[in-house]
Ligand binder design. Sequence first.
Ligand SMILES: [Zn+2]
Length: 563
Amino acid sequence: MKKVLFYLTLSLLCSENFAQPLVNETDVLRGSLNENRDWFDIKRYVIDVTPNYETKSIVGVVSWKAMAVKPSKQIQVDLQAPLIIDSILLWSNLKDSLSPVRLSFTRSNNIALAQIEKQITKGQQFGITIFYHGVPKEAIRPPWDGGWIWKKDANGQPWMSVACQGLGASVWYPCKDHQSDEPEEGASLTIQVPKDKNLIAIGNGRPAIEQNTVQIGNTNRFTWQVRNPINNYNIIPYIGDYVGWKETYKGLKGNLDIHYWALRSDSAKAAEQFKQVPKMLEAFEYWFGPYPFYEDGYQLVQSPHLGMEHQSAVAYGNQFKNGYLGRDLSGSGWGLKWDFIIVHESGHEWFANNITTKDIADMWVHEGFTNYSETLFTEYFYGKKAGNEYNYGIRRNIKNDIPIIGQYGVNQEGSGDMYPKGSSLLHTIRHAINNDSLFRSILTGLNTQFYHQTVTTEQVENYISLRANFGFQKVFDQYLRTIQIPVLSYHYNEKEKIFTYEWKDCVTGFNLPLHFSYLGKNYSFMPMDYQPQQRLIKEPNFNLQDFVKTIESLYYIKLAQVN
Ligand SMILES: [Zn+2]
C-alpha cells in the first residue's frame, strides 16, 4: 500500500512553529481506534509462545476473548512484520462450543485485516485465535528501542526477554495494540523452553496452576497469569537461569506476596539490593494508597536491559547500584540514597499500570507522576527539604523542546520533558494547593477514582482541579501544552519596601497561586496575568535574592526583575 503522509497539527495552544513529526499510515492504523477496532472490547489474552534461541525465532498461538460493542464483519489484528500469521480462527459464540471458522485475511502495514462472514452482533462474546511464527524484530538498545532480546548471561546460558513500550506489544504477539483497551479479565502467558538448559521462564503475576512447570517431551512449559487488567506492553516473558525467593509484605490491603528473581550468578547481590522493595512499598502505599495488584502479587525480575514497569513482574537491570546506573539524575546527592529502577519502575504500578492513559500522547500521566514518586520517596525517608532538593535538581534535565503532550491518534509521545517537567508541574501544583494532606488525598484519590482504568489527561486534570477546589486548567495548559516557562516579572522598591509582581509570557488566564514562607512568615501571592500586584514587605532582614530563590525553589517558574 502506498504510504500517505499526514501532517497533523500539534495543540492549538502552541504558538511556536515546532518541527512537525511526520506520521504515516502505519502510525494511524496503530494509534487510532478505526472502524475495525472500535467495535470490540478485549476481555482476556491467552498467549502461548515458544522461543528458539539458536534461530532467534518464535512460534506462538494467541487467543483473544472479546465482546462486540457494535456489529461488525471485519477485525484488525496487530502483528508487526516480519512475523507471519499462519491462520486466524473465529469462535463466534463462546457460550456454546461450536467449532471455530477460519477467517480469510489480508496483511499490510503491521496489521492483518480479517473478514468475518457472519456479522458479529452487539453484545456478542467471541474468541479469536491467531497462529503465527517468525523472527521478531530484535532489540538492539533495549528498553529504548524495543523487540525481542537474545542475550547470554555470564555463565553462557541463554537470557531472553522483550521490551516493547512505545514500539508496541504487537512486535511479538498479535493483539489489539492500543493502550485504551486493556483485557479486564487479565491475561495468561505460557512459555515453552528446552528442558536440558535448566531455564526458568517467568511471566506476570502468579503461576496459573500450583505447579506451573509442565514437562512435555524435551520441553518445560511455564504458565503465568494476571487476573487484573494489564497494558499490552507490560505482558512480558523473562527466560534464563533464574533463582527465585519470596517475601510477604504486610501492606494496607493485607499480605502482599513478593517474588524476587535474579540470575544465579547475581543472586547474592540482588538479595542485598532488593531489600529496598519493602521500603518502596511503604512509601508508595503512604502517598498513593494500596498497591493496586494484591491479587497478582509483586515481582521484581532481573532483566537484560535497564528496567521497565512490567505489571506484577517489574524488570530490573540497574546493576544492583543505587542511583540511575550509579548516577544521581538530580545532582542533589539524594538520588544516590536509593535504587532508581526499584523506585521508578515500581512507582509505575500506580501511574501507568493502575491508571493508564488511553493514548500515549498523554503519557505524562505515567512518567510525570512516576518521576514525582522519586521526590515523594525521598521526602518520605529523608524529609521535606531533601524532597524539595531532589525535585529542584531534576529540573536541570528539562529541555522545553516541544510540548509534553504529543499528537493524538497516531501512537506518538510528546517531549521527554514529560518526566522532569511533569514532576516539576506536580510539585508546583502541590505548593499552590498549600495543603499537603489534601494533596496526598488527591494522589490516593486518583488511584481509587481511576482504579484499573484507562483515562485521558483531561480526566486527571479535572479531578485535581475539582478536589483542590481551584481551576488549574490554565496551569496545565501552560506546562503541558506550551514550552514557555511562566515568568513572574517583579520590581522591588527598596525605599518603600514594596514588591510589585505580575505574570509575563503565560497563556491567557494563567493563575498559579504562590504560597511560600520566608524567614518564618507565610506569604500568599495571587498574581493574575492582567495587572501588577503590590505587596508591602515589612521584614528587617529582607534579602531580595533569597526571597526570589525561595519562590523559585518551590515553583517551576522564572523570576525576572524589571527596573
Ligand atoms: Zn518511567
